[in-house]
Design a protein around this ligand. Sequence first.
Ligand code: ADP
Ligand code: ASP
Ligand code: MG
Length: 418
Amino acid sequence: MALIVHKYGGTSMGSVERIRNVARRVAKWHAAGHRMVVVPSAMSGETNRLIALAREIQAQPDPRELDMIASTGEQVSVGLLAMALKAIGVDAVSYAGWQVPVKTDDAYTKARITSIDDARVRADLEAGRVVVVTGFQGVDPAGHVTTLGRGGSDTSAVAVAAAMGAEECLIYTDVDGVYTTDPRIVPEARRLARITFEEMLEMASLGSKVLQIRSVEFAGKYKVKTRVLSSLTPPDMPLAEEMASGTLITFEEEQSMEQAVISGIAFARDEAKITVMNVPDRPGVAYQILGPVADANIDVDVIIQNQSVNGMTDFSFTVSRGEYQKALEVLNGSVKAKLKAGDIVGDPKIAKVSVVGIGMRSHVGIASRMFRTLSEEGINIQMISTSEIKISVVIEDKYLELAVRALHKAFDLEQPVA
Ligand code: ADP
Ligand code: ASP
Ligand code: MG
């Protein structure tokens, strides 16, 4: 009798019929003798609808109230799913995050889970119930409702699995696993049977929204066995078949099969570039520019400093598009005057494309193949950033899809691994 956590995304919970299917699938696992905790998202479109409502009242919604509103989508989902389970004879109970409680810090709209008290859930499991817990939300030390950032239900599920020592966390979604790239952009993309945690972390952090990055961090830190699979298969398909489907996130030491050099291509459209021109090239400048940006709680991604000419240089970096205006304000405030810098120019029309693969560690020439492919397509590279297992480039956003398709082909990703 294993403890299993299931997570169902918005599309999987998208209609009463789909919720009934989720209930049938969960009932099958329960009937096989597993103790089940289920973490659903809000019905598809619901979180967007709630946030849009809030914005109609206040263009920049008050973060506490926004979380109060945005968290309700999941509360509807847990109630409906618990009812659908009861309707087919499975004893079930639903909980909001604060009832568990799922404790977080107080960073509204992007709170981090700090701990989960599992006593109440365990008691229900012992009593034979299926426990349905809201994704995406938690409660801060002062008792306020918080949310975990968009896509946060993945993190709720993996965190619950980690806290309770679950045998496996199954993330059910509208694709049947993790693909070499987003199948909506490249129809030839191929499902990966396995992907290492390190690669998944890069894919998620570089823009593949199939898993929220913090869920992958939890999976890695607590070694949670995590699988991404489809909720759109027949709910009564044989359990053994279901357990072997999708994409398993593995740890590098378990990777036995021949490893492809590149596992996938990730991309992000939601960044913006800022250049501070004509700053003196001397120690402390990067800190003087980026310190105040960090103090404003803005994450900086790719950074580049140009060759200096006559002791002066240009300094560029990217931030998420949502924080672009705020970053410009910070720089145009005290930073510009203090540094006696030139103009501060911004470009929100950029995109980032990354190739990811642990095989890069033992293969040379990946970067040159990437750059050659982009040059053959006439795509100018504005910035480059690398790590041991990824190469990212910043390009003009109108070339994004072309770049992803060309790179997918250049690295033979549509071909199965030999
Ligand atoms: P859910 O609502 O179930 O959380 P999401 O929309 O958050 O689902 O994530 C699933 C979507 O992620 C897919 O429909 C797909 O378009 C997108 N996606 C992006 N990159 C990938 C990838 N590498 N593999 C699979 N899906 C991807
Ligand atoms: N409902 C939330 C969102 O749309 C959380 C999630 O779906 O994971 O972002
Ligand atoms: Mg999601």
